[in-house]
Design a binder for this molecule. Structure first.
Ligand code: GLN
Length: 201
């Protein structure tokens, strides 16, 4: 459950991909969730989750729905979580012109970077903020983080590679936390970022 009563609402970008599962996770955590498809809906939420899916398809839909500029502004100041394709969209560099990178978190990555044989796999990864308790992480054609900036903290690694990271307001995972019953990562986003003192006003 959330640490303090809150009337904040978290949006889930619902253009493509795994948005319903994130909405369910928010419900389980006990925070208001709302699907976001328009600028008006975006402006009505306090934070945003960009789900996994296909970053090229999501990029096209962001353009179609005229969300590029509103999202660019939103991610500069508001709490945002990006999982898998969502992490790609929040990164500052991509290896493809067909994918938008909003530059909300200072990471460079490679799409599908875990390699063809390992298109999908799962791994129990210890999370820094749960005293190293393992989280069963599902990786599906996951992006690989190649470099992180100085303002970026690694929160989990797999085989020595960072697979979860944050800066002050932005949380990203290479894997899909919404596809397990474990709510630790959604709770971390809500309690440590959305409801952190800096964002309470
Ligand atoms: N490989 C996908 C992309 O490049 C991401 C996969 C995912 O979100 N599960 O967008």
């Amino acid at each position: 459950m959330v640490e303090e009563s809150s009337n904040k609402t978290v949006g889930v970008l619902a253009l493509q991909g795994d948005f319903e599962k994130h909405l369910s996770a928010l419900y389980e955590v006990g925070v208001n969730g709302k699907l976001v498809r328009t600028e008006t809906e975006l402006l009505s939420v306090d934070g945003l989750i960009i789900p996994g899916g296909e970053s090229t398809a999501m990029t096209k839909l962001i353009m179609t729905f005229a969300l590029e500029e509103p999202l660019t502004e939103f991610v500069k100041t508001k709490p945002v979580m990006g999982t898998c394709a969502g992490m790609i969209l929040l990164s500052n560099q991509t290896d493809s012109d067909s994918v938008i990178g909003f530059g909300a978190i200072n990471i460079e990555l490679e799409r599908n970077g875990f390699g063809r044989q390992l298109d999908s796999f799962s791994a129990d990864i210890p999370l820094e903020f749960t005293n190293g308790n393992p989280f069963h992480a599902l990786f599906i054609r996951a992006p690989k983080i190649l470099n992180t900036g100085e303002d970026v903290i690694s929160l989990a690694t797999h085989d020595g590679e960072t697979v979860m990271a944050r800066n002050s307001n932005v949380l990203v995972t290479s894997f899909h936390p919404e596809l397990t019953d474990n709510l630790a990562i959604h709770k971390y986003f809500i309690n440590q970022i959305l409801l952190s003192k800096e964002n309470l006003n």
